[in-house]
Design a protein around this ligand. Structure first.
Ligand SMILES: NC(=O)c1ccc[n+]([C@@H]2O[C@H](COP(=O)([O-])OP(=O)(O)OC[C@H]3O[C@@H](n4cnc5c(N)ncnc54)[C@H](OP(=O)(O)O)[C@@H]3O)[C@@H](O)[C@H]2O)c1
Length: 252
């Protein structure tokens, strides 16, 4: 049976001196994770497509007295190979290593049967939710290998474990993420200090959730801050040896 880390309590200095990149750090779960990691001492690299949102998170971290973060504007749907290479070079120059990579950003696409799913939208979801995740990992592995204990967290969903009608490209992209996590974890387990896992956030109060369930009362859904224990656990030293797992951030 998998252990339950949803109630994990992080020591105050869990992520002291760690450098952690968070994608989709301007909103929703990514924003909560960036703030949580900074509160535990990490220098957070905030990657996202809407610079104003990233600046707000940056300001909040500074106002709380956290380590000075960095902002990396990037549109995962359109980014070129050159841009991924530049990000890796910048991290190398600024920090010399990367300790954590939270691959959180994703888009929902449409909720409708595959029979009627727009082909262009399918490509857009796959580019953002799958290809961009691979390119980030591919580009940043040299910096993650420089860490004495690296952590890569992919973000999955319950529709990425068991197929569900109408969840379209989004569900298929999350199945791909589960596969990427397993493949990478197996490749790295004997040749690195990098652990590789997936988190399924479960129903969480964000823009994406509101788009998927427009009739739902947002107050009835768990806020992103409440699911941070598992994110903190997997980023920190207490999860040493945990790799290749797909874990739920909320108790069923
Ligand atoms: N919320 C849930 O109930 C739930 C459940 C299961 C899984 N998840 C997963 O959890 C993760 C976070 O979801 P969320 O609910 O926090 O979603 P969200 O509120 O929609 O936030 C998504 C974040 O990703 C960024 N993003 C989207 N497209 C991007 C692109 N092309 N380039 C760069 N950044 C981009 C967004 O940036 P902008 O703010 O600039 O748009 C935003 O910061 C996703 O992987 C999602 O699939 C969520």
């Amino acid at each position: 049976m998998t252990q339950d880390y949803t109630q994990y309590q992080a020591p105050d200095n869990l992520l002291q001196d760690k450098v952690i990149l968070v994608t989709g750090a301007g909103d929703g779960i990514g924003k909560a994770a960036a703030l949580s990691f900074a509160r535990l001492g990490a220098t957070v690299v905030l990657l996202g497509r809407t610079v104003e949102k990233l600046e707000q998170v940056y300001d909040q971290i500074e106002a709380e007295g956290g380590p000075q973060p960095a902002i990396v504007p990037l549109n995962l749907e359109a980014a070129s190979h050159v841009e991924y290479k530049q990000i890796a070079e910048t991290i190398e120059q600024e920090f010399g290593r990367l300790d954590g990579l939270l691959l959180n950003a994703a888009i929902l696409g449409d909720i409708r049967p595959l029979e009627f799913y727009p082909m262009e939208l399918f490509e857009k979801v796959m580019q953002t939710n799958v290809n961009a995740q691979f390119m980030l990992v591919r580009s940043l592995l040299p910096q993650l290998r420089q860490s004495d204990q690296g952590s890569i967290i992919f973000t999955t969903s319950s529709v990425g474990r068991v197929g569900r009608a109408n969840w379209g490209a989004y569900a298929i992209s999350k199945f791909a993420i589960e596969g990427m996590m397993q493949t990478l974890a197996d490749e790295l387990k004997d040749t690195s200090n990098i652990k590789v896992n997936c988190i399924n956030p479960g129903a969480t109060r964000t823009q994406m959730r509101a788009s998927a369930y427009p009739a739902e009362e947002p107050a009835s859904v768990c806020p992103p801050e409440a699911i941070m224990p598992l994110y903190n656990f997997l980023m920190g030293a207490d999860s040493a040896g945990v790799t290749g797992q797909s874990l739920d951030a909320q108790k069923k």
